[in-house]
Design a protein. Structure first.
Length: 273
């Protein structure tokens, strides 16, 4: 059968931007629970190694800084982000249950914020929001005071880290991210500068359970994988801006202009497939 040749499974599926997973929390939970069980079952049947794309969100709104892999996290299990945070946390639990009980080889990457070309432009995450707003001459919307921090890695750095982890013999979780920390306000100002547009910065009310600090401790990845990010922030941002500009031109020619999604909850019940 088709799957008998599989020896490595990269399980990367899941909505990852807050507006996306808050919009459909049940599907997010199903992807991370049933989806992960399906992949682990497949890995067990064919003797494959499974890499789980976990997330820095397993640390929640962290009380230790920077976050290393031994930190257990500070997560609200019933908050608006819980479908994603707890979905990924239990996905990790499942990996180690299968490893312990069934001998399945697992690799767990805790991925910190990542950006680059080919992102969904209106995925509601901070870098894409700011670039889209700046390119369209709209105000850059900052939730809260803008003092909350994020650390962004360029997509090619992440891919190299995932491949290095998959091919390593490290079965415990490994942080993959860029330890260069910036405030959201600094990001807004930098993107404004790189786009070269006169967009204002607009402050909106804080998003619920928005982590105040986010910075990976990547000593483990450096030591055990020989990996660290190499693409400078501005270089990566320029590539992303270039891609977004092209996409906007293409969509303008096809009469479609995307809008960044506000972080919001969907009203009422909907059918879930």
């Amino acid at each position: 059968p088709w799957f008998s040749v599989v020896d490595q499974i990269y399980h990367l599926a899941s909505p990852a931007s807050p507006p996306n997973y808050m919009y459909n929390p049940i599907k997010t939970l199903k992807t991370n629970t049933i989806g992960t069980l399906n992949m682990l079952g497949l890995a067990k049947r064919v003797g494959a190694r499974l890499l789980l794309a976990s997330t820095s969100e397993v640390y929640g709104d962290p009380e230790v800084h920077p976050q290393n892999e031994d930190y257990w996290g500070h997560v609200n299990p019933i908050g608006p982000r819980a479908c994603y945070d707890e979905g990924k946390r239990v996905a990790e639990t499942m990996c180690y249950a299968y490893m312990k009980q069934e001998g399945v080889e697992v690799r767990v990457a805790r991925i910190f914020n990542t950006f680059g070309p080919r992102m969904h432009m209106n995925d509601g995450r901070v870098v894409s929001n700011f670039i889209l707003q700046a390119l369209q001459g709209e105000p850059l919307t900052v939730y809260g005071p803008g003092t909350q921090t994020r650390a962004f890695q360029y997509v090619s750095d992440l891919v190299n880290g995932l491949v290095a982890l998959m091919n390593s013999n490290v079965s415990s979780p490994v942080n993959l991210g860029n330890p260069e920390e910036h405030t959201i306000l600094e990001f807004a100002q930098l993107i404004k500068k790189l786009v070269g547009d006169g967009s204002e910065i607009q402050f909106l009310s804080e998003a619920q359970d928005d982590p105040q600090k986010r910075k990976p401790d990547i000593r483990k990845a450096k030591l055990l994988l020989g990996w660290e990010p190499v693409v400078p922030l501005e270089e990566g941002l320029n590539k992303a801006i270039h891609y977004f500009r092209k996409e906007l031109e293409y969509q303008a020619n096809n009469q479609y202009i995307p809008k960044p999604k506000p972080a919001r909850m969907k009203k009422g019940r909907t059918r879930h497939n």
